[in-house]
Design a protein. Structure first.
Length: 110
């Protein structure tokens, strides 16, 4: 994913802050169905652009050219457990991202 980061000092506390953001772009058709309210998706950089993204000399125009939806033909998706957002369960385990079948969604695929 394309991201940005900054190190800065909080003027009130003097604490060094390290912040980051994942950048988004318009959703491709697959991601529109998943993120249907805001119709956005992370900017996914193809491997051949990794080095360019990390260069200080990258221009605004070069950045804009990378802000396009990643091709859905190169992506896959599946539902996962709601445990991913649970505050009571450990979501930092592989089982959280394993495919999970919701019986109530079976009717939608008919």
């Amino acid at each position: 994913f394309a991201g940005i980061y900054a190190n800065w000092t909080d003027k009130e506390t003097g604490e060094l802050m390290q912040t980051f953001s994942i950048l988004t772009t318009d959703a491709n058709p697959m991601m529109e169905k998943i993120h249907n309210l805001k119709k956005r998706m992370p900017v996914i950089l193809p491997k051949e652009h990794y080095r360019n993204w990390l260069q200080n000399e990258i221009t605004s125009q070069q950045i804009q050219e990378l802000f396009k939806p990643y091709p859905e033909s190169q992506m896959d998706n599946h539902t996962i457990s709601k445990t991913i957002t649970s505050r009571q369960s450990d979501s930092n385990i592989p089982e959280v991202t394993a495919p999970f079948i919701y019986p109530e969604l079976a009717l939608l695929s008919l």
